[in-house]
Every structure is written in structure tokens, then in C-alpha cells.
Ligand binder design. Structure first.
Ligand code: ADP
Length: 698
């Protein structure tokens, strides 16, 4: 697959911050701002509504009272006119006037009584006047009318009634005769608690209040929703915000109390002064209750904003985390791809994917380089075959066909001819076949590695090994033929020398006898040498299969073969418990025989030779044997040399030997898959160790 330049979507800290601000903080800020503005507007509206409600109520009440007073005034005027006229004409009796008064009074439910006095202030007309007649000569509503020039209604301050012992509010009109002389006062009395009852009937919400004050702000009546904290009638004390507002506008206004008023409610108040009669109606509604809805809405909106902000933050955090993880994974992927690519480049390992159904393959840069092809090379099966070296093309074509049809894995070493240079290279191709549900091959992907150097080296090695094997075989053949063919003439020399001795011993001179003995002796040695050489060459040329052999039996056979030597040397031999080993009998016997034979041969003259043969288990597979003696020992300097052919430490004349024995032993042990070595103390003795494969398992 051609490596493409990978780009990682990197986020600079600056850009990351911008995204965070743009994506998270900005919308949250926007929503909070909108919510804040909406809440302020809603609060303004709520406040506007409460102000409007108090204003409307105050105006309605003021107009209603105005209307009531108008009606009272009409009645007072009618009564004053009739009584004034009567003082001149004396048309009606007192009782008739009283009846007239009563008629007027009964039309006005608010009025408690409608009475009239004479010019001295004695109440002479009206229903229910006590006896002696009460005097109003000291009342402001009498004195005011007495002293006034014109005709007008007078509204008194609330006074505590002498007769009824109740707070009353009094309206009066002057009575004049035809000559406009003062003849008394007609007056209507209202109990302030009646007014309060009317106020009580007005439907108010919690914390609401309605107050009626006279033109001097003296309280006439007050009603609150809770019917609490009554203020004394006549009290003209008012709250500071009310006072401030009145100083701005005497007749109407709206203000908020600060909770320091007669009760602790914080209210929005609106007042309205009657233009005609000067009284003042003040209506208050609890801000607490009026804003309750707004507060509830504000709580819901704040909750929604909070939920929105939390959701946005949580979402952005999740996104951010996922983003970071993805970035990290991408980085890791690219790094691992790069590492893989680098490793493949170093190993000269290319990879490919072959889309079987499309007959199209993709290859990595390393593979392209290996094949010596460019990016424009047509990548299909036919063009892959064109890259295979001509002599292998046919074979590879049928192999590919076979693999695609039935195989699971492509695994072949084959020569290719590089497109760019034409040189022949060896590659190792591997590939796994993917099949669909119907078992049809859809894809094969794998690697192709240049193994030319290895193949060349292996080939060279094979050639060298073949050469070596051949020359070894030749040598062995030569040794065998030479020693075998030498035996016959040598036997003849020995036979004829012996014949010479038999026939002519003592008949020739003494030198001749010695010479003949010398010939026989050396011929015998030569024969031994040839026998040993023959045996040596046979170890490899006439191999028998390895099988489990009893080492005890082999050792005992060796002892039997050495019967004469043992007897002659009076050696003491001890054979321990020996195992089954993988070997062949003649060679194993020969091994023991050589080692025990040497132990006898190289014994110390001053002591009885003691020889022991033993074995210990070294590992699951190997036994370690030891053949030790108390002989002359071997200088450490020669410990490895003695295993070489014809190497002897003892002069030929002293001890008989050919220098082949230990070489033979090493060859035998090696053939059995083991090793041999020696440990020795010169003058004290030697131990020959060798390792053989265990034969009990096989
Ligand atoms: P040879 O025919 O001389 O015995 P070997 O190959 O068997 O040839 O031995 C080589 C040399 O190793 C011998 O000449 C001898 O000097 C020395 N050698 C072998 N076995 C012993 C032993 N058990 N004790 C002392 N020296 C030994």
C-alpha cells in the first residue's frame, strides 16, 4: 500500500480555547443574558401591574365615596332648603320635618342619622333625638357653618360621638331663611366602622390594605386583608415614603413602603385625593404576593438556565474528552504505523493486499522498491506473475490458483526478476486468505521479504557441506581400502617372517635372529594400527541405528574382552549400577574397552590398579558416566590433546598403543549425541567423563 502523508487534526491551545469560548461559554452567556433581561422585563411588568391595580382600586374607591358624599350632600341641601323655607313660612310642623329628614336618611344606607339643629345649636329635628335635646353648638361642623358666608358642605374630622360613643364622620350644611339669616345646621352622621365594613367587603389579596383619610390625613377608616395592626381613628401619622410622595403630588401617586409603616408589610401603594371633598383613599397591595408569580417564574427560568449550562458544560467536557482521546489514538496509530513502516523498511519487508474479486493488489513502498516497480505499474495477478523469475512463473501461477481455490495461506519462497534492474532476487511470500460466507476468496493480505542474501548463504553452505561430506566419505573410503588392502601383504610379511624364524632361528647369526624378531614385532604393531584405523573409519561409514543398550552389559563385555590384561595387571575393577543408554552395542563395548584398557595400560607401577565405572543422572535426558583410575594421571596441558588422532604422551616403546583409542572414544560418544572430557591429577589418577542420552524412554 503506498504510504500516504498522514495528517493529524491537531488543535493548537489557542484554537482549543477559541472553540471552548465559542462553543460553550458564549451560548451559556447568551442564554443567561436573555434570561436576565426577560426576568427584569417580567418584574417590571409585574410591578407595573401591581401599581396599576392599586391605582385603579384607589380611584374607584375615591369615586365611589365621592358619589356617596354627593348623595349625602344632595340630601343635606334638600333638608336645609326645606327647613330654611319653613322658618319663614312655618308651613310644616316639627314632626313633619323630622319625617322628611327620615325619608331622606332612609335613602342613604351609609348614613346613621340625618338631623338638624336650630340657630343655637340644639338638635331639634330628626329621628331618635334624645331628651333633653343634645347641643352641637361646640362642634366644628356647627361653628364652621355659623361663621361661613356662603353655602357649602362641611366635612368634619372624625370625632368620637357623644351620643353613640362611636367614631363618627359628620357632613353639614347651613340652614338659612329667606333673608339668608342663619337658622341652624342640617347634618349627616356616618359611623366610621360602617365605612370600614364596606372596605372589608372589597376583595383583597394577602397583605392588601385600604385606608380613608380626611383632608388633614387623619385616619377615618382602614381595612387590611389580615385585619391586623389597627391604626387609631384620627391618627394622622404616615410613613416616610408616603410623606415624600405627597410632597411631590398632593392628589395622586404611587409609592412603595419600606416595611416601617403601621404593619411590616412591604406594599405598593397608590393614593387618590377627592377633588371635591379633599379626602384621600390609599390602597396598598403586598409586593410579596404580587411578585410571587414572578418569583416562581424566575426560579423556573434560573433552574432551566442552570440545567442548560450544566448540560452544555457536561456535553462539551464529554466532547472534549472524546476529542482528546481520538487525537491520542490517532497519534498512537500513526506512530505505530510509522514504526511498523520503519521496521518493514529495515527488514526489507513489504506488504500487500490482493483484492481477489477485483483482481487488484495494493503494495507498500518497501514492496515496490523490492519489485523495482513504480506507482504506475499495473497491479493485477498477471503483472505479479510477470515479476516472478521466468523459470518459476508456471509453478507460481498454478500455486496461486490452487491457494485461491482451496488454500488458507500463501507460503512460498520464489525468485523474482526486478523490473527496474532485471536482477534475480529471492523473496519469501506470506499471505492469509479471507473468504466470504460461501467460502469464496475475497482478499489475501500478507508480506513479501527479500531473502536473497539468506538463500545465497544457504546455497553456499549447502555446497560446502556437500563438498565436505564428499571429501570425508572419500577419506574414509580411502582409509578403509588402504587399511583393508594393507592387511593382506602385512599378514604375508608376518607369516613369512615367522616361517623364517621357525626354519632359520639359530642357523643364521644372532643379528639375523634379532632383525627377524624386529620385523615381526613392527609388523604386529602395524597390523594393530591398521585394525584401529579400520575401526575408526567404520564408526561413520558403517553406522547402525541407535537403540536402548544396557551400559552394564556393554561394560561387562568390555571386561571380558580385557580378560588377559586384567589378569596380568591384577587390577581391581568395580562396575556400579549403569543405566540404559541410546547407543549401539559394538561401539559402546569399544568405548568401555578403550577407557578401561587405558586405565590398565597407564597404571602406576607402585600400586595395584583400581578402576571404577559409574553413572549419575545429569538431567532428564542425559547420564554422566565416569571411568576413573589410580594410574599415572595426565598433565592438564594435554587434557584436550589426547583426544586427537595419533596423539600419545607415552613413548611407543614403553606402552603399546597407537594414539587412536581416545579419538575413537570421542567419535563414538559424539555419534551417540554426547561429549567426553577428562579430569586428572598427575601421579594420582584420571577420570574420564562422558555424557550419553538416556535410553529408557525410547
Ligand atoms: P594410546 O594408543 O596411546 O593409548 P590413546 O588415544 O588411547 O592412545 O591415548 C592417548 C594418550 O593419552 C595416551 O598415549 C596416554 O598418554 C594418555 N592416556 C590415555 N588414557 C590414560 C589414562 N587412563 N591414564 C593416563 N594417561 C592416559
Amino acid at each position: 500500500m503506498a504510504t500516504q502523508q498522514q495528517t493529524v487534526p491537531t488543535i493548537t491551545p489557542h484554537r482549543g480555547k477559541a472553540i471552548l469560548v465559542g462553543g460553550v461559554i458564549a451560548p451559556i452567556f447568551l442564554v443567561i443574558t436573555i434570561a436576565f433581561v426577560a426576568l427584569i422585563k417580567m418584574r417590571e411588568q409585574a410591578e407595573f401591574r401591581i401599581a396599576a391595580a392599586t391605582q385603579n382600586l384607589a380611584q374607584t374607591i375615591a369615586l365611589t365615596i365621592d358619589g356617596q358624599i354627593d348623595a349625602i350632600d344632595v340630601a343635606l341641601q334638600a333638608v336645609a332648603d326645606d327647613i330654611g323655607e319653613n322658618t319663614s313660612s312655618e308651613k310644616f310642623s316639627d314632626s313633619e320635618i323630622t319625617e322628611m329628614l327620615y325619608r331622606q336618611q332612609s335613602r342613604l344606607p351609609l348614613i346613621d342619622h340625618l338631623w338638624a339643629s336650630n340657630e343655637r345649636g340644639d338638635v331639634v329635628y330628626g329621628v331618635g333625638i334624645s331628651n333633653p335635646t343634645p347641643s352641637i353648638a361646640d362642634r366644628d361642623y356647627f361653628l364652621k357653618q355659623l361663621s361661613s358666608k356662603g353655602q357649602s358642605i362641611f366635612i368634619s374630622k372624625p370625632v368620637f360621638g357623644k351620643v353613640n360613643k362611636k367614631w363618627i364622620w359628620v357632613f353639614s350644611r347651613k340652614i338659612e331663611n329667606r333673608n339668608r339669616e342663619f337658622k341652624g345646621v342640617a347634618f349627616a352622621v356616618i359611623f366610621t366602622d360602617r365605612v370600614q365594613e364596606i372596605f372589608d367587603k372589597i376583595k383583597m389579596e394577602g397583605g392588601g390594605s385600604i385606608a380613608l383619610r380626611d383632608d388633614n390625613l387623619g385616619l377615618i377608616a382602614r381595612s387590611t386583608y389580615e385585619k391586623q395592626n389597627p391604626i387609631a381613628i384620627g391618627d394622622s401619622k404616615i410613613s416616610k415614603p408616603f410623606e415624600e410622595m405627597l410632597s411631590i403630588n398632593m392628589n395622586e401617586g404611587t409609592y412603595s413602603s419600606d416595611g416601617t409603616g403601621p404593619d411590616t408589610f412591604i406594599r405598593t401603594y397608590s393614593y387618590r385625593r377627592s377633588e371635591k371633598y379633599g379626602f384621600l383613599v390609599n390602597v396598598g397591595l403586598s409586593r410579596e404576593n404580587a411578585l410571587a408569580d414572578w418569583r416562581q417564574q424566575a426560579t423556573i427560568i434560573a433552574g432551566l438556565v442552570l440545567a442548560f449550562a450544566s448540560a452544555v458544560i457536561a456535553l462539551s467536557l464529554t466532547l472534549h474528552r472524546a476529542w482528546n482521546r481520538q487525537k491520542h489514538d490517532m497519534q498512537m496509530l500513526i506512530e505505530s504505523k510509522e514504526t511498523l513502516h520503519e521496521a518493514q523498511r529495515i527488514a526489507n519487508l513489504g506488504h500487500y493486499t490482493y483484492h481477489v474479486t477485483d483482481d487488484r493488489w495494493e503494495s507498500s513502498d518497501v514492496l515496490d522498491n523490492l519489485f523495482g516497480i513504480g506507482s504506475d505499474y499495473v497491479r493485477d495477478a498477471e503483472h505479479w506473475l510477470a515479476l516472478v523469475a521466468p523459470e518459476s512463473r508456471e509453478e507460481m501461477a498454478s500455486y496461486l490458483k490452487e491457494i485461491i481455490a482451496h488454500g488458507e495461506r500463501f507460503e512460498r519462497q520464489y525468485p523474482i526478476q526486478r523490473q527496474s534492474t532485471g536482477e534475480i532476487r529471492w523473496v519469501s511470500g506470506l499471505g492469509n486468505i479471507e473468504r466470504d460466507a460461501n467460502g469464496v476468496a475475497v482478499r489475501m493480505s500478507g508480506t513479501i521479504q527479500d531473502i536473497t542474501e539468506r538463500v545465497v548463504a544457504e546455497q553456499a553452505m549447502r555446497e560446502r557441506t556437500d563438498l565436505l561430506t564428499q571429501s570425508n566419505a572419500d577419506l574414509e573410503q580411502f582409509a578403509y581400502v588402504a587399511s583393508h588392502d594393507l592387511q593382506t601383504p602385512l599378514r604375508n610379511i608376518i607369516s613369512y617372517s615367522q616361517l623364517l624364524t621357525r626354519r632359520y632361528k639359530g642357523k643364521l647369526d644372532s643379528d639375523a635372529d634379532d632383525f627377524i624378531d624386529f620385523i615381526i614385532d613392527n609388523s604386529m604393531k602395524m597390523s594393530k594400527l591398521i585394525t584401529d584405523l579400520l575401526e575408526y573409519s567404520r564408526i561413520t561409514s558403517q553406522t547402525r541405528p541407535l537403540e536402548p543398550i544396557s551400559a552394564s552389559e556393554a561394560a561387562n563385555q568390555a571386561l571380558a574382552n580385557l580378560h588377559h590384561e586384567l589378569e596380568e595387571s591384577e587390577a581391581e575393577v568395580e562396575i556400579g549400577k549403569l543405566p540404559l543408554v541410546l547407543a549401539d552395542t559394538p561401539h559402546l563395548v569399544s568405548l568401555f574397552q578403550n577407557l578401561i584398557g587405558n586405565a590398565i595400560k597407564y597404571r602406576s607401577e607402585d600400586r595395584v590398579p583400581r578402576i571404577s565405572v559409574s553413572a549419575i543422572r545429569e538431567s532428564v535426558k542425559f547420564w554422566q558416566f565416569a571411568v576413573s583410575d589410580n594410574g599415572v594421571g595426565i598433565d592438564p596441558e594435554y587434557h584436550s590433546k589426547i583426544f586427537e588422532i595419533f596423539q600419545r604422551l607415552t613413548p611407543t616403546s614403553d606402552v603399546q598403543g597407537t594414539g587412536i583409542g581416545l579419538t575413537l572414544c570421542r567419535r563414538i560418544v559424539q555419534r551417540f549425541g554426547g561429549t567426553i572430557w577428562v579430569e586428572s591429577n598427575p601421579g594420582l589418577g584420571s577420570t574420564f567423563f562422558f555424557r550419553l542420552r538416556d535410553g529408557s524412554e525410547t
